[in-house]
Write a protein that binds this ligand. Structure first.
Ligand code: NAP
Length: 446
């Protein structure tokens, strides 16, 4: 794949890319089927992605008519790569088997290795015969909504498609590699004021937060809303805070250290709760939810903003959901996309129905939502939350950092980009947006 670098650096025309042969194999971060079961019996927190994410050469898959090959310059760690690498809640090889049964093209994905990664920035190097809107040489970012647009169910909101998948998690040939295989309807233009790694880290988390808060498919936030955000300097939380501020609302951000609190302040969030200092114990020692602890959190929120949250941005799941349902205001919305701490949830239903609250589920974003979220990055209205960068060989360590919650925002992974800071094609616009704003997580992160 190195052969493509001079053409990428020179921003060469399509014909030049077309003349460079696509190699028969490429370097990738993979999880291996032979490792499923290595962590059996261990608590989640002890399962170590460094043991199961391997760097190896894999065969280049055949290109389907509606697909493109991407020369990947950079990728990013998402929590789904942590799940894949620790085989929780189930092995992603089950997803690949299911996709394998779907069609001739699906069968390519069912392999004893899984190329992980659901984010990428890079350059299109080949397109299939049915691809109209993209050509070799296009500088792009990739979103992870993987849908078969021949299915009728994909044509209202494609997240409702019967065979909707997350690329690089429920499909193979993901972004943590030198080459990625994507559907044409995953491609979006690269925001050109950003480096490859700054551009690569956004699509999954930024689009998820956009749908959860801004889209009519999510909580449909309005001006003046108080939005309570768990993990406010985490992968999705760092974008959520920015959407609330841009939308004329008040974020109330939760973090777990003074350092993360400083980062949140720098983002412009004034109402901050440090959950470690507050030491909420929503589950008591007998394994029951403790309503007095929910009330304590509610009081802490009122002390900061004088009101209850219109929206609760929920994703930790089991540890927090009872409190999230309780603290939302009468008629408020709890929007949830995950359950990091456990998916069997307990909350008091009386607080939900008597106060006419709603729990709204959300999952990634459709192409239009991802496009709009990417457009806001390109306009400099939303900033990347990149806090650290690893080489592809360090993918296991990078996933370990996220698993252990040692990180802030997003961790980038350099693939073909040999070093940080490359790929900025619009330095004037970068200056206009402001280096300090673009790099806030990189400068203030751990
Ligand atoms: P992340 O970067 O690890 O950030 C999550 C943050 O949540 C952590 O930094 C932590 O912040 C906080 N947190 C973790 N455990 C907590 C607990 N028990 N109680 C309270 N706060 C806790 O992860 P992410 O990228 O933001 O993703 C968060 C979750 O959403 C993951 O489960 C991920 O798989 C899921 N997700 C789902 C979608 C989707 O489309 N459905 C998309 C993206 C992510 P503090 O320690 O500072 O409080």
């Amino acid at each position: 794949m190195q052969e493509f670098l001079p053409a990428i650096e020179a921003n060469a025309p399509a014909e030049e890319f077309q003349s460079i042969p696509v190699p028969e194999s490429y370097r990738a971060a993979v999880v291996r089927a032979e490792d499923v079961g290595v962590f059996e019996g261990m608590p989640s927190s002890d399962k170590d992605p460094r043991k199961t994410i391997h760097i190896q050469d894999v065969a280049t898959p055949e290109l389907a008519p509606d697909e493109a090959y991407i020369a990947v310059m950079a990728s990013a760690i998402n929590f789904n790569t942590v799940w894949t690498s620790i085989f929780e809640p189930l092995s992603t090889f089950e997803f690949l088997k299911r996709l394998g049964r779907e069609s001739k093209w699906g069968a390519r994905h069912d392999l004893p290795y899984h190329v992980v990664g659901s984010d990428a920035s890079g350059v299109v190097i080949r397109v299939g015969s049915a691809v109209r809107n993209w050509k070799p040489g296009d500088r792009v970012v990739i979103h992870c909504n993987y849908v078969d647009d021949q299915d009728h169910s994909a044509h209202n909101d494609s997240m409702l498609a019967a065979n909707q998948r997350i690329w690089g998690f429920e499909s193979n040939f993901g972004g943590m590699a030198d080459l990625a295989l994507v559907k044409a309807n995953q491609i979006m233009p690269k925001p050109e004021h950003l480096s490859w790694e700054e551009a690569a880290c956004n699509a999954l988390c930024n689009s998820t937060s956009y749908r959860m808060l801004v889209s009519k498919n999510g909580a449909d936030m309005k001006q003046g809303d108080n939005v309570f955000i768990w993990g406010a300097t985490g992968g999705i939380g760092g974008y959520a805070v920015q959407y609330v501020l841009n939308g004329g609302g008040t974020p109330i951000g939760v973090v777990s250290s003074p350092e993360k609190g400083k980062l949140l302040e720098a983002l412009g969030c004034e109402a901050i709760i440090d959950r470690k200092t507050a030491n909420y114990r929503f589950w008591n020692d007998e394994g029951h939810q403790d309503e007095s602890e929910w009330r304590r959190l509610g009081k802490d929120i009122r002390a900061l903003v004088g009101e209850d949250p219109d929206i609760v941005f929920e994703h930790p799941g089991r540890q927090t959901m009872g409190a999230s349902v309780f603290v939302a205001k009468r008629g408020g919305t709890i929007v949830t996309c995950a359950a990091t701490s456990g998916y069997m949830i307990e909350y008091d239903n009386r607080h939900l129905w008597m106060k006419l609250k709603s729990i709204k589920s959300s999952h990634f974003a459709n192409y239009q939502e991802a496009w709009e979220a990417n457009r806001l990055i390109a306009k400099g209205a939303i900033q990347p939350t990149l806090s650290a960068v690893y080489p592809l060989e360090g993918s296991g360590e990078a996933a370990y950092q996220v698993h252990k919650n040692f990180h802030e925002g997003k961790i980038g992974v350099l693939c073909l980009a040999g070093k940080e800071g490359q790929g900025i094609a619009d330095p004037e616009f970068r200056d206009k947006v402001g280096e300090d704003r673009i790099t806030v997580f990189r400068r203030l992160g751990a």
